[in-house]
Design a protein around this ligand. Sequence first.
Ligand code: BGC
Length: 379
Amino acid sequence: MFIKQISLMTIISGSLIATSCNSAGKKAEESTDSVATTAAPQPYGHVDGQEVLQYTLTNANGIVVKVLNYGGVITDIITPDRDGNKGNIVLSYDSLAGYLQKGNPYFGTLVGRYGNRIAKATFQLDGQTYKLAANDHGNTLHGGMKGFDKVVWKATPQPGDSSLVLEYTSKDGEEGYPGNLQVQVTYTLTADNALKIEYAATTDKATPVNLTQHTYFNLSAGKDANILDHVLQLNASNYTPVDDLLIPTGKISPVKGTPMDFTAAKKIGQDIGKVKGGYDHNWVFDKQGFDTVGSLYHEASGRYMTMATSEPAVQFYSGNFLDGSLDYTRDGAKYVQHAGMCLEAQHFPDSPNQPSFPNTILKPGERYTQTTVYQFGVK
Ligand code: BGC
């Protein structure tokens, strides 16, 4: 990966970085290596009277990931193309105003307490009925009116500039969910050009939990208006069909012979016209446990990305509702339909109402964890 860009010097400093980061803190502090210092976060505005800061993660290969403590938003993932030209491969805004605008479709955000939809904004648990905030045609989407994407997290940069810990406590009753939920998310930019996202949560009452990340990728870094030429591959032989409001019917259906089949690498544009509204579905991975689940490739730039996750599924959303109307876009970009795409590692939508789906209920004394890794390269 990025072999063309890596000089002997950076390989040497890369291994120094890897040593300093892997031995958690102590070594990094002792290091006199100038690249292992911690850059100060940059002021980015205010929300709810709290300061928003932008943190920058870097690695020795020059990959840069920028993150806000507001919503855990990833504003930038800067990687080189095959000729070494760097660009931001995620959709983003030029300022906080963009992230705060009405209708911001979760650009770069963390999503919770329950990513994706819960039908009719209600579920039953231990004999009790819970009413959630209905923010999507009578259903609840991405945690409700003020989900984890719209709150300021406590951010703690780790020594060495490659890792950031975000923490948030969601109060009992917030958006209708039971239990005080303590959430921790760690973003780590690894020495081998991967963005690792580790989630953990504990609760004091049983509650549904489904955390994910909502970055919109466009590996052309602004060169292509849409992602229809991107080549996607998913190790998923099944998906969960949905009704018109994108609520799963409860079936788990084979992708074989349908436009949903990405088991062999395929251009996203190839069959998208055959799917009403575009891709916005939950693919069920074939693997068990943490494993590589797919890849995304943009031939013109040479950039590719692989994805690995502990989650049983992914919502592949092809930016269907983008229509060029967002304000404050980075460099004035027009984010038209399919300008970017999300690969949201997750549990199945509406699991709290679907007894046959894998469990999403976290109980007191248990610990929710999920790990997703996006690795970047060129070929
Ligand atoms: C959902 C889409 C939704 C988008 C932005 C995706 O995760 O599946 O239906 O429009 O998020 O809100």
